[in-house]
Design a protein. Structure first.
Ligand code: NAP
Length: 242
């Protein structure tokens, strides 16, 4: 029987590439989205046409009860989740003094709270099985400061703290927790910066280009089978932060 992976925020971008890569690696995948139902369903269809096992489920990862319903559905349709990829995230450029308390709290609820809700929802089965793998998606701004992205950077720093602490706590149970820290990856999230800024950024990156979603997905697939690796943060950033 196939192992089951839940990838949050997988209707597009890094999450979609990860769902494809994990399906190709033999996982049954439960994809997740908040708004882009058509994109999620189109990817499910494509994966099924290729003979893979895939479903998708709408849930706001910031909503604990919606996440519980998603995990219950995935478990009933595909079997218990052995790999969780906490990928769903939101970003935004704004000066610190202009961040409203609501926007600050929302970013924490999605980026960090999503990891909390999803991890708590899948853990009982993983603890019962004495195995499991959790991969969190942070950012290079999770270890370095980012001007005009203070809230985002704080959430991504916290995700690295979550990864290391939870890895220490769960290691005796056989559950591994790791983290990927992407650099500038060519997705909708960075397209809002505009072509001119992205061209300038590409020139600053030692490998001379933005990353591709598949390049993050490949690292996630690697970590899923790296059975002696836990509590680690893997930068995939073209050498941006050296
Ligand atoms: P993206 O293209 O903007 O896609 C975001 C995905 O997250 C979409 O599938 C979106 O669903 C989903 N999502 C957003 N809020 C959600 C919520 N509350 N509940 C459930 N799903 C939600 O982003 P991306 O660039 O692929 O980024 C993926 C992850 O990588 C994020 O955690 C991001 O912080 C991190 N990252 C990205 C970069 C980069 O340069 N792109 C760099 C470092 C880290 P809908 O399609 O339904 O809206």
């Amino acid at each position: 029987m196939k192992k089951t992976a839940l990838i949050t925020g997988s209707s597009r971008g890094i999450g979609a590439a990860t769902a494809i890569a994990l399906a190709e690696a033999g996982y049954a995948v439960c994809m997740n989205y908040i708004e882009q139902q058509e994109k999620a369903e189109a990817l499910v269809k494509t994966l099924r046409e290729k003979g893979h096992t895939a479903i998708c489920f709408q849930a706001d990862v910031a909503d604990a009860s919606a996440v519980q319903a998603m995990v219950k559905h995935a478990r009933e349709e595909l079997g218990q989740i052995s790999l969780l990829v906490n990928n769903a995230g939101v970003a935004g450029q704004i000066q610190f003094q202009d961040i409203t308390p609501e926007a600050w709290n929302r970013m924490f609820s999605v980026n960090l709270g999503g990891c909390f809700n999803c991890t708590q929802a899948v853990l009982p089965d993983m603890l019962n099985a004495h195995e499991g793998c959790i991969i969190n998606v942070s950012s290079i701004w999770g270890s370095h400061g980012a001007s005009c992205e203070v809230a985002y950077s704080c959430t991504k720093h916290a995700i690295i703290g979550l990864t290391r602490s939870l890895a220490a706590e769960l290691a005796p149970t056989g559950i591994r927790v790791n983290c990927v820290a992407p650099g500038v990856i060519d997705t909708d999230m960075v397209k809002v910066l505009g072509e001119e800024t992205l061209t300038m950024l590409a020139q600053e990156i030692p490998l001379g280009r933005l990353g591709k979603p598949k390049e993050i997905a490949d690292t996630i697939v690697h970590l899923a089978s790296a059975t002696y690796t836990t509590g680690q943060v893997f930068s995939v950033d073209g050498g941006f932060i050296l």
